[in-house]
Each structure stands twice: as C-alpha cells, then as structure tokens.
Design a protein around this ligand. Structure first.
Ligand SMILES: Cc1cc2nc3c(=O)[nH]c(=O)nc-3n(C[C@H](O)[C@H](O)[C@H](O)COP(=O)(O)OP(=O)(O)OC[C@H]3O[C@@H](n4cnc5c(N)ncnc54)[C@H](O)[C@@H]3O)c2cc1C
Length: 521
C-alpha cells in the first residue's frame, strides 16, 4: 500500500474506466472496497482525510450483536450482527478477542430477566457463539470485578462478545483491498461528480489534498459511503435530494486500568436515564461510554458536551468503587453515528442501526446507518447493488471466509506488537537492522519507534496524527502523553517522507492543538 504509486496510477490512467469508485474510507467504504476488489472489479476508493478519521476510529470497540437491540426487538439486526461477529473472529483473529462482560444485578428481578435475555442472545449466535452466558453469585461477581461497587449488589450475569481495535482493522482492510488490486487513497477528496449528457453518473473529480491537484476518474458505478456526510454527496448529485442523516453523538472517557481491575467488562443495560453504559478494558486502559445525543452539526472532530461528560463521570461513579474525577480522564473522544433518520421526529437512541442502501436516478449508490460489526455484509450488499447499476459481471461475494491482512492464528494478546498479526515479524526485522528503533516513543505509552517507520512505509501514515491516533492509539489512550510524543514522531516521519524542518514544526503544533481537544481540564 503506497500512496505515491496510487497517485501515479490516477495520473497516468485518465482514460481508465473503473468498475467501482467508492467515496469514503471508513468501515463502510473500506468493506465495500475489499468486497469489490476481491470479486475482481477495478476499484478506486478515495478518502478526504485519513482512513477511519471519521466515526470508524471512535467506536466502543465492540464486535457485537447488540444486547440493546435485542431489548428493542430488532431481531434481524441482532441475528445479522451475531453472524458477522462470528465471521470477524474467524477472519481477523489478530484484532478481535473474546471479551467477558458482566451485568451487575442490583434488583431481585434483574438476575432471572437478564439471564433469560442472554440465553436468547447465545441461541441467536448459533454455531458462531463464543461462550455460554450464566448467572453468578455476588461473590463470583466481585471476584471477576474486584472494584465494582458492592453496595446493594445481589449477583451478576456473565456473557461474551467481541472486542477489537477499530482503526487498526480499518488500516488492515485498506491493505486487504490493495492486495486484491484496489487503489485506496487517503487525503483525496471527491469534490464533484461527473455525469454524461443523459444525466447518468460516470465518475468523480477528486482532489489530492497534499498537492491541491485535481483529477477526473471515470467509473461504471459510484458509491457514496461518507458516513455522516452522505447528504452532502447526494446533493452534489441532486441539489434537491432529501436529507436522510440524523447524526447522534456518542462520547467515551478513558481511565487508568486501576479503575477496573480484572479482565471482565461491565455492562449496565439500563442506567437511571434509560441508557446503556459500558466499561471495557482496552489496550491496558478502560473505556467508559457512551452517550446518544442528537446533533445538528457534522464534523470530523466532534467534541463532548458538558452534560455528556457529567453523565459519564457521575454514572460510572455509581458502579465503580473508586469514583473517577475529571483529572483522572486520560482521553475523551466523541463520534457521530451516521443514523438514517425515519421521517417522523424521535429520539436517536430509538433509530435502528440497520444499514440502508438507496440508488438515485443518476445511479449514485448511497449507504447509510450500519455498524462496524456488520461492515462486511454492508460491503457485500453495496457491491451486489453496484453489479445491477453498472451491469458488472455477476461474480459472487468472496469475503465470508477471506482472511484480513495481518491474519494469524493463536495470538497472544499480551505480547508487544500483537496487533500487527502476521506483520509483527517484519517490524522486528526493522529493529534487527537498527536497534534504536526498539526505543519507546514515550515512557507512558506502549509504542516503539519502529512502528512509526512501519506506519509510513507500509500503512500510508502521512501525518503525526495518522500515526498517534489511528496506526497507534496513543491519542485515544492518553492525550497528554500523545502530545508529548509528537516531536519524536514528527522527526522520524519527516526523515521517512523527506519533509522539511518547517513541516516538523507545523505537524507538532497541529497535533498539540488537536490533543488539547482530547484532554479534560
Ligand atoms: C460512539 C459510537 C460508538 C460506536 N460503537 C460501536 C461498536 O462498539 N461496535 C460497532 O459495531 N459499531 C459501533 N459504532 C458504529 C460504527 O462506528 C459506525 O457505524 C461506523 O464506523 C460508520 O462507518 P462509516 O464508514 O459509515 O462512516 P465514517 O467512519 O465516518 O467514514 C466516512 C468517511 O467518509 C469520508 N468522506 C466524507 N466526505 C468525503 C468526500 N467528499 N470525499 C472523500 N471522503 C469523504 C470521511 O472523511 C470519513 O472518513 C459506534 C458509533 C459511535 C458513534
């Protein structure tokens, strides 16, 4: 995966007609790119920023059927997501792990109620189940979660779901698409759509955000997989297009692991104000979230509202022995769900997370809604539509049993660099060539300098943020330490990319300002 080679391909291929152009490099677009390329279609994906810069790096990191959707009676979504959960375990075992969850029980009726519910959840997973749920005593609950608040605790219900690293999966999907022949370009924005005399879509104009150069790219089909921005692309196609996205913000805070000892996660199905709250171990920290707040503005860098911060801190304090304070928050991040709005007004938490695909009169294929967990099925459905719209060869989907880049069995999730899967050995080769690359980038972070070199050479990292936020997860784990790492990261990246001192200075300044938005004062 090399951006310079991809740009040359665009430059020299002005006459080329792609089978599928995908706009948007989040979970949805990348899933479609893997699907299209693996069916043998000529595929181009353009992402205006970095892969997974949008919602796809800001999830709760769960590969799950969705216990809440079961409670809402959205059975088809739960079936589909549990099936996809099983396939992700099978196809990306280096990034998806089995996570034990405990629902603490404080009222007499909750034990039998959640126990039955989770048995239904187990049964719906069928052969792809990952462990049976069970009711446990108060003592067993406290043994699994030593710092759960035991005030009024009666017992618990254990169940299992998947947990993953969202932006690392996105990078691995971009690599998988590229290995199947796709051209996947970050920092390339679709700025206009091309149409023929009959008003039928025949491509896009894309802008290389690094040079400002514009290129025409022609295609038999164009997919709009831009998450919360699908309405903006739909309006390029038809200025009168009806807006379908109702963004809903979800916020997480990240705490030190001492707040949640042991390896189990906590799931609170019904907080005092009717929300779901998770506290999940992740990369040796704890993620607590989330909220569901309707928002008007659409941005790649949303910020938590004061009421969301207050909700997360006060609600988690009810369940944890050690009450988190603002100063304990190592990072705070917000994401916007690209929910497809029903016509009537309603709360965003009631809107189904199912994906919806529409095709405009000119042939623009737009996808909205969905979940990270179901990205593969979304990709399959998008490409099935593209085959019809573009009269492409009727090739069957090949992703169900297709290993994702990095695939390796029997991963030890406690080993350093495990998240690179089959690439781990290649990073160790870099260290063998230059011992200095073994040095940590910061004493409080688990990352080493070799990862920076690897991210530039093999994972198309172009900025300090690309590395610290999405190749490594430093910004999301500990914003202060991430900011302190920026100078060392910028220096190594500048050497790899052939950039100037001025570039280093600008990158450090930009990243430091960004990291401020992930800190709580
Ligand atoms: C708080 C929160 C928690 C969540 N937790 C989970 C979870 O635990 N498990 C789960 O399965 N799902 C979860 N989800 C849902 C999941 O994260 C999203 O459904 C998914 O990431 C959406 O991916 P996407 O590709 O559609 O959108 P995005 O990731 O936003 O990608 C769209 C991309 O399009 C790009 N783009 C926009 N305009 C253009 C243009 N003109 N040219 C080029 N590119 C463009 C953007 O830059 C962006 O990168 C969560 C969502 C939120 C908000």
């Amino acid at each position: 995966m090399n951006r310079d080679i991809f740009i040359k391909k665009i430059e020299s291929g002005a006459e080329k007609i792609w089978d599928v152009i995908i706009i948007g490099g989040g979970a949805t677009g990348l899933g479609a790119a893997v699907d299209a390329a693996s069916r043998g279609f000529e595929t181009l994906l353009v992402e205006q920023s970095d892969f997974a810069k949008g919602t796809s790096s800001r999830s709760t990191k769960l590969v799950h059927g969705g216990v809440r959707y079961l409670a809402q009676g959205d059975l088809s979504l739960v079936f589909e997501a549990l099936h996809e959960r099983g396939l992700l375990f099978q196809n990306a075992p280096h990034l998806v792990r089995n996570q034990k969850f405990i629902i603490p029980v404080y009222e007499w009726w909750e034990g039998p109620f959640y126990n039955v519910g989770m048995k239904v959840y187990d049964a719906m997973a069928g052969k792809l189940g990952i462990g049976p749920s069970e009711k446990i005593s108060k003592e067993e609950t406290l043994k699994a979660i030593p710092n759960l608040d035991e005030n009024g605790l009666l017992g618990g219900v254990i169940y299992y779901d998947g947990q993953f690293d969202d932006s690392r999966l996105a990078i691995n999907l971009a690599q998988t698409a590229a290995e199947n022949g796709a051209t996947v370009l970050n920092y390339a924005e679709a700025v206009a759509l091309l149409k023929n005399g009959g008003g039928i879509l025949e491509g896009i104009i894309l802008e290389d955000k690094e040079t400002g150069k514009k290129y025409s790219a022609r295609a038999k089909t164009v997919v709009n997989a831009t998450g919360i921005f699908v309405d903006e692309i739909a309006k390029m196609d038809d200025p009168g297009a009806k807006e379908i996205i109702k963004p809903s913000q979800g916020v997480h805070i990240v705490l030190d692991k001492s707040f949640l000892q042991g390896d189990a996660a906590i799931m609170i199905p019904h907080t005092s104000d009717g929300r779901v709250l998770f506290a999940v171990p992740w990369h040796d920290k704890v993620i607590v979230g989330t909220t569901d707040t309707p928002m008007k503005s659409k941005t790649l860098e949303p910020r938590a509202l004061e009421e969301e911060i207050e909700f997360l801190i006060s609600t988690s304090s009810k369940y944890l022995k050690k009450d988190p304070k603002r100063e304990d928050v190592l990072s705070i991040f917000a994401g916007l769900r690209p929910l497809a709005a029903p016509d009537e007004e309603g709360e965003t938490k009631e809107i189904s997370r199912k994906h919806i695909i529409t095709v405009s009169r000119s042939g623009l294929i737009t996808v909205s809604g969905g979940k990270w967990t179901t990205y593969r099925k979304m990709g399959e459905d998008i490409v099935d539509n593209a085959i019809l719209v573009g009269s492409l060869d009727e090739v069957e989907c090949r992703t169900k049993n297709m290993p994702i880049h990095g695939y390796v069995k029997n991963v030890d999730f406690f080993e350093p660099l495990y998240y690179y899967g089959s690439d781990k050995g290649k990073i160790e080769e870099l260290i063998a060539e230059d011992e200095k690359l073994k040095e940590p980038i910061h004493p409080a972070l688990p990352y080493i300098k070799a990862e920076i070199v690897w991210a530039v050479r093999r994972e198309t990292a172009r900025t300090v943020e690309d590395f610290l936020a999405r190749r490594a997860r430093a910004l999301f784990l500990d914003a202060k330490s991430a900011a302190e790492s920026a100078p060392v990261v910028a220096k190594i990246m500048a050497k790899e990319l052939g950039r100037s001192r001025k570039w280093i200075k600008n990158q450090v300044e930009e990243f430091t300002a960004l990291a401020d938005g992930y800190k709580l004062d």
